[in-house]
Design a binder for this molecule. Structure first.
Ligand code: COA
Length: 173
């Protein structure tokens, strides 16, 4: 897909061909217990703490795909659908949805889990873009993503649509 986002300084040359990596290689799950110091006066986890965990889980998935250091370039829209209470488990599941030239689209889903009943509820979902950098901080080409299942193909397609929307939004600024 052709992008209108410039990639001037990138080291990524069109002749560089890296072996592909399957979606499963990037899959990451992180679980933490929600402690009082991470909560607000209502006993719910702070939104900023959830955003931090989303960034960390997403970065791990990106690193597992790229095998390079990565930086967060953007975070798409975030809605907090339900609170996560102190004492609950917070579970994050991340995976790469699409690899572009030097960047990857990563999806992170966040669940609260009742530690006794084991019941899970989705609390939020986020999409982030990470850019792979070499040791000089220059963007470098990332491996292609191998998508196999219908679900992986859907996520791949939607990542392309989000990239188009981001490019349009940036043009308007
Ligand atoms: C992300 C960053 C490396 C991009 O640098 P740049 O000079 O724009 O690099 P390029 O133009 O070569 O673009 C490199 C890639 O970044 C992507 N990119 C750049 N800005 C982006 C944005 N706002 N959202 C999504 N992707 C972005 C480009 O699409 C390109 O991806 P592609 O090669 O897959 O098409 C640079 O802006 C940066 O270092 N930002 C700070 C990152 C950081 O510190 N994050 C932590 C939170 S502050």
């Amino acid at each position: 897909m052709k992008s209108s986002i410039p990639s001037g300084k990138s080291k990524a040359r069109s002749e560089d061909v890296l072996p592909g990596s399957p979606v499963r290689a990037s899959r990451t799950q992180m679980t933490e217990i929600v402690l009082p110091q991470d909560s607000n006066a209502l006993g719910n986890i702070l939104g900023g703490r959830v955003m931090h965990l989303i960034d960390v889980a997403g970065a791990i998935a990106a690193i597992r795909h790229c095998r390079q250091q990565v930086v967060t370039a953007s975070v798409d829209h975030l809605d907090f659908l339900s609170p996560v209470r102190v004492g609950d488990l917070i579970v994050l599941e991340a995976q790469v949805n699409r690899a572009f030239r030097t960047s990857v689209d990563v999806g992170v889903e966040v669940f609260s889990e009742d530690p006794k009943a084991g019941l899970r509820k989705r609390t939020t979902k986020a999409y982030l873009t990470f850019v792979a950098l070499d040791e000089t901080g220059t963007p470098v080409r990332v491996p292609p993503l191998i998508v196999k299942t219908r679900e992986e193909r859907r996520r791949f397609r939607e990542a392309g649509e989000r990239r188009e929307l981001r490019a349009k939004a940036r043009q308007k600024k």
